[in-house]
Structures are given as C-alpha cells and as structure tokens.
Design a protein around this ligand. Structure first.
Ligand SMILES: Nc1ncnc2c1ncn2[C@@H]1O[C@H](COP(=O)(O)OP(=O)(O)OP(=O)(O)O)[C@@H](O)[C@H]1O
Ligand SMILES: [Mg+2]
Length: 380
C-alpha cells in the first residue's frame, strides 16, 4: 500500500501516513451501508494512530463527519461513552466553540438605542433527548447528521471492552439495530486488539459475526517506516548505517510496535552504535522496562504467574508435566479447571491471547521473551 513520507527532522517526527488504505476503508463502508468494518490487530501497532491520522482525514475528504469514542476509557459505561462523543460532536456542529459564535447563532431580537441592552433571543430549543441510552444513541445520530448535513462515521476504539461488561451483548445489539436503521446517514469502524474477543462478541448478537461486520486484518507498518528510521540514522551518523534487514528482523521480534522500534533506534543512535540486536538485549534488561513488566505481573498471584511463564515457554499449560511443576508451588493443588480459570484471568488482563490456530500465546512477543527467561521455580 502506498504511503507518504518526507524527511523527518528527528526520530520522533517519523511517521507513516496511509491515505490510500484509509480511502479504501471509506470505499468499503460506502459499498455496504449498515455494515461496519471491524479491524483488529495486537496492541501498540498503530490502530488508534491510523484512525486519527488517516481515517479521520479520509472521512473529512469524503465530506463525512467522524466521531471518535474510546470504549476502554469508560469501561463501565461504554454506551454512555459513545453517546457522550456524539453529544460533543453535536455541540461542535450546532454551537461554534467561541462565545461570539454562540451569540451570533442566536437571532438578536432587539438592540437598545445605544447598543447598551443587547437582548438576545432564546437559545435554540429542541425536544429533550430520550433518557434511555439506546434511544439516545439513535436520536443523537439522527440529529448530528441533520445538523451537519453529513454522513456520520462512528469510530469505536477498543471495542473489546464490551466483552467485559454485563450488558455488552445488549449494546452490540443496539449498535447493530441503529447502524441498520440509520444506514443512510451512519457508518462505523470498530477496532480492537483481540480477534477472539471481537468474534465472540459480535457473533452473540443473533447472526454470525461476518454478516454483521466485515472483519479486516489491520496491516502493520513495514519498510516505509523502517527505511525512514535508517535514513534518519544515516543523517545523524554519516559514516554509519543500519541495515534494513536488521531492522526488519527486530521489528518482527518486538511485535511490529512503531514507537518501541523508534525508541530502540533512538537509544542505539544516542550511543553511536549500529548493533540493534544488542540494543534490544539491553532494552530487555533496562530497569524501567523490568519495572513495567513487574507492574503487569503484580495483580496476578503466584499460580497465575506460573501459568503465564509456562505459556511463554511454549509448554501446554494443562499438560501433565505442567501440572506437576505447578504442584511444587506453595499454592493450592493445581487442577485443569484452576489452570483454565487462571488463563481466563490472564486473558482478561490482556496478557495472553487465544489465536485461532496457535492456541494460547503471550500477546506481546518481547514480554514473552522476558518471561521465557524466568523459571517457575524461582518465581516469588
Ligand atoms: N503510522 C505511524 N507512523 C509513525 N508512528 C506510529 C504510527 N502508528 C503508530 N505509531 C506510533 O506507535 C504508537 C502506538 O500507536 P497506537 O496508540 O495507535 O497503537 P494502538 O494499536 O492503538 O495501541 P493500543 O492497542 O494500545 O490501543 C503511537 O503513539 C506512535 O508513536
Ligand atoms: Mg489504540
């Protein structure tokens, strides 16, 4: 997919824009009224960045009005989060941000002789929005489209958060109904970091998921990003080069996370080194990094941590050998049911993912590398 890039002034300015990819998403939406796109990819690979820097501009270009809601931020009330985002958008459309704009929109009834008493008309009144969140969503979409004269593109980020609330299924059903009813004026893109979660969730709303949403594999960044890193490195260190092949290998190793990749290159650049593998090894031992991983492990008890390490080491977590190893821990006797429950808790915490073919794996490959270096016996 073509992308745009220019010479970056610093490593932090390096970015990859993907307008063609974004345009293709808009076209997919146009071709299938009422059917959302669901794009999923692992954490930190650039989903939100894409919504913000590529998809929103593409929507603007198509004369759509995009509205972004992060469902993770208000995990306990996701539908309210969506409605709130729509309300804000509606405010922006109907009441311009500056105080002057607000006045100017309200017809002035009478101006005093010296202009002293400025008697403004009543603020534009409308029937109150329905209180029930489901109806409110429908009404807000209709109002926003009417007020702006544009199709509304709802960008729902971290949709997998719906999997963790009691009424998640109901919210999906509501979204589905509103998307269908308002298909002339509403499109939606859903993103999430767990395909398994998303598939399970979206299929519970009555029909198979693929009938509801079109599932897309969000493409990770590639050479266009790595080449910019190498180019900038060469500008900073005229006599040194970073081999693209090394960058590619490392990018795979760290799970295609652009910010992490940039930080790694920055750190070896600061020391004038070109051995990126050594850079990654050092990163794995960095105190701040270790503290970060420890913080991830903190909420989990010894048993769950042991299960996590087992998974990282590629051993079947419910196998006999594993159970025997777990039995040596100073915690209650392990059973398959307990292991299963532990995996479920680790999954909810976002530490492991269940792939369609690969079984349960650690979501973050670098974290997995760290965990592989631990052993069950020495866990505390
Ligand atoms: N196209 C890009 N060009 C340059 N940097 C990028 C790009 N996409 C992402 N990044 C960098 O990677 C970081 C993480 O991206 P982003 O937050 O979009 O990931 P995400 O997939 O939404 O993660 P999460 O699953 O945690 O929500 C960004 O803050 C940015 O620094
Ligand atoms: Mg994100």
């Amino acid at each position: 997919m073509a992308s745009i890039h220019r010479n970056a002034a610093t490593f932090d300015d390096i970015e990859v824009l993907r307008p063609r990819l974004a345009k293709s998403y808009v076209e997919l939406l146009e071709a299938q009224p009422g059917r959302p796109l669901a794009m999923f990819a692992p954490r930190r690979v650039g989903k939100t960045y894409f919504l913000d820097h590529d998809l929103a501009p593409a929507a603007r270009h198509a004369k759509w009005l995009s509205v972004y809601a992060d469902l993770w931020l208000q995990k306990s009330a996701p539908l309210d989060a969506i409605n709130h985002a729509l309300e804000e958008a509606l405010d922006d459309v109907s009441v311009p941000r500056s105080g002057l704009g607000r006045l100017a929109k309200t017809p002035v009834k009478k101006i005093g002789a010296l202009g002293a008493s400025l008697d403004i008309g009543e603020a534009p009144a409308r029937r109150a929005l329905p209180a029930a969140a489901e109806l409110r969503l429908d009404a807000l979409v209709a109002r926003l489209a009417a007020a702006s004269g544009k199709r509304v593109l709802l960008m729902l980020d971290e949709i997998q958060a719906l999997g963790d609330v009691a009424e998640g299924d109901k919210i999906i059903a509501t979204l589905r109904a509103v998307l269908h009813k308002r298909r002339e004026i509403l499109s939606a893109v859903l993103t999430g970091s767990s395909q398994e979660n998303m598939t399970r969730m979206l299929s519970t709303a009555g029909a198979p998921m693929y009938q509801f949403a079109q599932l897309l594999n969000f493409p990770v960044l590639g050479d266009e990003f790595l080449q910019q890193l190498a180019d900038h490195f060469a500008r900073v260190h005229p006599r040194k080069t970073l081999a693209l092949a090394d960058l590619r290998r490392t990018f795979v190793r760290i799970g295609f996370k652009p910010r992490l990749m940039r930080d790694l290159v920055k750190s070896i650049s600061a020391e004038g080194l070109t051995d990126i593998d050594a850079g990654v090894s050092r990163f794995l031992l960095d105190e701040r990094q270790l503290a970060g991983w420890n913080a991830l492990l903190q909420p989990h008890d010894l048993f769950e941590r042991a299960v996590l390490v087992t998974i990282a080491q590629g051993r079947p977590p419910m196998g006999r050998e594993t159970l025997a190893a777990l039995a040596r821990l100073p915690s209650p006797r392990p059973t398959v049911a307990k292991v299963r429950a532990a995996i479920e808790r680790l999954r909810r915490a976002g530490l492991v993912a269940k792939g369609a073919s690969s079984g349960t794996t650690i979501d973050d490959p670098l974290f997995a590398e760290y965990l592989r270096g631990l052993s069950i016996e020495t866990l505390t």
